[in-house]
Design a protein. Structure first.
Length: 272
């Protein structure tokens, strides 16, 4: 089987300038480069740049696939828009890392197996299914963080005696982007099923969110309106919902399990 690699980067919050596109072109003469996307595939050679540095400087999402068994997913999030401390609890280190670079938090998830993959991902389709996950993170949904932690657990990168981080509600009813990340990162379905047993149902917080907005002081409401006026492209409802969820995280109020307990339960034949 010949080697195959695919690199895709997407800019969501702003378009690349002509100067930035020229900088990227100096890295690759073959890549498809637009104001919102950089894509290239290799059947020999490699990208002559550090993907993490490209993401931190230019882009908001990065997806990488290699047919020898490596898959990587990265997001760049404005620190001002997310609760970095809450997210950090779900990223213990490789293969689930969180770093801060300037005014951004960078989430880096990597799945590796030793078995070559015969099916190659078609350009664009994979990234399209994973990109909406960034919006869910910005809205304060912590389920993606818990999935990242499970990735580290199944790779034996978390001590067995360590307790799990706060369990978000709704692990048993994942959105399409969350299911896409489960498939892409090859998160163990048995482990996810066991984890979901302690998460409870997803909380429909629309009513509480509206009440919270209505109770904001007049000055705070005006600040949000002016923010929307100054930035017409701002998805104000999404940003407000993220702020609400950071103040009211939807996590299950139950006893935390250890890594060893989760793994033992996931591997118990009697559970099936």
């Amino acid at each position: 089987m010949s080697e195959y690699q695919c690199y895709e980067f997407v800019a969501l919050d702003r378009r690349l300038t002509a100067a930035e596109m020229a900088e990227l072109r100096s890295i690759s003469t073959r890549a498809e480069i637009t104001p919102t996307r950089f894509w290239n595939e290799y059947q020999w050679g490699d990208l002559k740049a550090d993907p993490a540095k490209l993401l931190a400087r230019y882009f908001d999402v990065h997806v990488y696939f290699a047919n020898w068994g490596t898959r990587r997913l990265m997001f760049r999030l404005p620190i001002a828009a997310v609760d970095v401390d809450a997210l950090r609890a779900y990223f213990p280190g490789e293969p689930a890392m969180l770093k801060t670079v300037g005014e951004f938090a960078v989430l880096d998830l990597c799945s590796e197996v030793d078995e070559p993959e015969e099916e190659w991902w078609e350009a664009g389709h994979l990234t399209a299914s994973l990109t909406p996950l960034r919006a869910e993170l910005l809205r304060g949904d912590l389920r993606a963080g818990y999935l990242a932690w499970l990735l580290a657990v199944q790779d034996d990168e978390v001590d067995p005696d360590v307790g799990e981080p706060p369990v978000p509600r709704g692990l048993g009813e994942l959105s399409a982007p969350l299911m896409a990340v489960v498939d892409f990162l090859r998160i163990d379905q048995d482990l996810l099923e066991v984890a979901a047993q302690s998460s409870g149902e997803h909380v429909d917080d629309v009513g509480r969110f509206r009440e919270w907005v209505q109770q904001l002081p007049a000055g705070e409401q005006q600040r949000w309106l002016l923010r929307a006026a100054d930035n017409p492209d701002l998805a104000l409802g999404s940003v407000l919902l993220g702020e609400f969820r950071r103040a009211h995280p939807a996590v299950a109020d139950r006893r935390r399990r250890t890594v060893a307990q989760l793994l033992a339960r996931a591997g118990d034949p009697a559970r099936r």
